[in-house]
Design a protein around this ligand. Structure first.
Ligand code: DOR
Length: 426
């Protein structure tokens, strides 16, 4: 990468209120102060300049599931929503459970993704965990302690063993903690909330922690209740759909609201939001399914909600409303995921990764037409949002006013491969 300045972001307002020019060079922040010479200059006066998000929980699909999403459409969604790094989950068909499949997945993303990416390893009784780590898996999971739309469930004994092995390589286990009961029949959103109950999620969190005998690093995916959050001792992830949607927003048999863990009632949603300060990471669990799949019989419809493109816009609209602070959103969507995963952080300091999104300060309603996911629907239609006008990745403009420019996406591998190859970034 060249080290001459590629871009100056002029008149950027920092948290402390200081206004600076940020000079970008070699994919990093080179200087914060008065702008240094370059032909490319963006005047950011009147805009929010935000370190771009890392969405550490997306399902980019592809292969036989390309009608739902693929790397190209999923990464376009990410960039247009202010996300420059996505962490892909391994419950693809077939799942990412051998070094060969991990390698193939990386190749697919290297050719087709517009944004930076990392790929996780699946965790089953048969996965060669140490080999996956050496091959560059970013983390292990989402690990299915309960079944979901796709992905193999792991039993208690195997999970306990897997945690020991992941601990031994100093890896991170990400866990989908739920319990699924056989009754009542899963025929609508209300029964879905009972079959995969708040109590079941809480018990699963406790059980996973009991099985973690040696202290493997744990990350709890998409917790949906305050009680589960309070019980969790690892890092805690919450999704925008659990923060902003509740059962009351849907007809009972509307499968567009079907997701695991389920949407809860409005009271539970508000309690979840009340734990904002404890939530480490907001991630979308972007899980696109086609309209046709979601329109059929409720009990047969797959679970999952798309969200990589709407995550930052929804959060930043709340910032403008004064409900949450901009700093807390940056922490939960950019700094903390970088820290948990070991990815160089994007930010305003010299040496930080030069990935930013620039947002106007006037919120507007979300419409499906403005989004890029192949699935072509959103449960957030009409919700207020701020979408970025410009997104910068590696110090260069990769998205502006609806247009995408040639990006240079990077594969962020896990520490297992970095240790072997000495590869750092950039
Ligand atoms: O609702 C969900 N759908 N939850 C998950 O954990 C997986 C996801 C999917 O892959 O569709």
């Amino acid at each position: 990468m060249d080290t001459l300045p590629t871009l100056v972001l002029g008149n950027v307002t920092l948290q402390a209120g200081r206004v600076v020019d940020i000079t970008l060079a070699g994919g990093r922040v080179a200087h914060a102060g008065a702008g240094q010479g370059t032909t490319e200059y963006i005047n950011c006066s009147g805009y929010l300049v935000v370190p771009a998000a890392i969405d550490m929980h997306v399902h980019m699909r592809g292969g036989t599931q390309s009608a739902k999403e693929d790397w190209k459409s999923g990464s376009m969604s990410a960039l247009a929503g202010g996300v420059t790094v996505v962490v892909d989950q391994p419950n693809t068909l077939p799942s990412i459970d051998t070094p060969q499949r991990l390698g193939d997945r990386v190749c697919d993303a290297q050719v087709n993704s517009l944004c930076h990416f990392a790929i996780n390893s699946s965790v089953t009784a048969k996965t060669p965990l140490e080999e996956m780590w050496q091959a560059g898996a970013m983390a292990f999971g989402e690990t299915f302690f309960a079944p979901s739309s796709y992905g193999d469930v792991i039993g208690d004994a195997h999970l306990s063993l897997a945690m020991d092995r992941i601990h031994a390589v100093d890896g991170l286990l990400t866990i989908h903690a739920e319990e699924v009961s056989k009754t009542p029949p899963d025929t609508g959103l209300l029964s879905h909330d009972q079959v995969r109950s708040p109590e079941g999620e809480f018990l699963a969190v406790k059980a996973v922690q009991r099985l973690n005998k040696r202290g493997c690093r744990l990350h709890f995916c998409h917790l949906s209740t305050k009680r589960s959050i309070d019980a969790a001792s690892g890092s805690v992830e919450v999704t925008p759909h659990h923060l902003f949607l509740s059962l009351e927003d849907f007809e009972n048999t509307d499968a567009f609201g079907k997701v695991n863990p389920p949407l809860r009632n409005e009271k539970e949603r508000k309690q979840l939001f009340s734990r904002w300060d404890r939530i480490d990471i907001i991630a979308s669990d972007h899980a696109p399914h086609t309209r046709a799949e979601k329109t059929g019989d409720f009990s047969r419809a797959p679970s999952g909600i798309p969200g990589v493109e709407t995550m930052m816009p929804l959060l930043l609209a709340r910032v403008i409303e004064g409900k949450i602070s901009l700093q807390s959103v940056i922490e939960k969507t950019s700094y903390k995921p970088a820290e948990v995963l070991g990815i160089p952080r994007a930010g305003f300091s010299v040496g930080d990764r030069a990935d930013f999104a620039i947002y106007p300060k006037i919120p507007g309603p979300i419409t499906t037409e403005m989004l890029h996911s192949k699935c072509d629907w959103t449960p957030f239609e009409g919700h207020m949002s701020l979408f970025p006008t410009t997104v910068i990745m590696g110090g260069k403009i990769v998205y502006q006013d609806g247009e995408f420019f040639t990006p240079e996406p990077h594969w962020f591998s896990g520490k297992g491969l970095i240790k072997n190859t000495g590869t750092t970034w950039p």
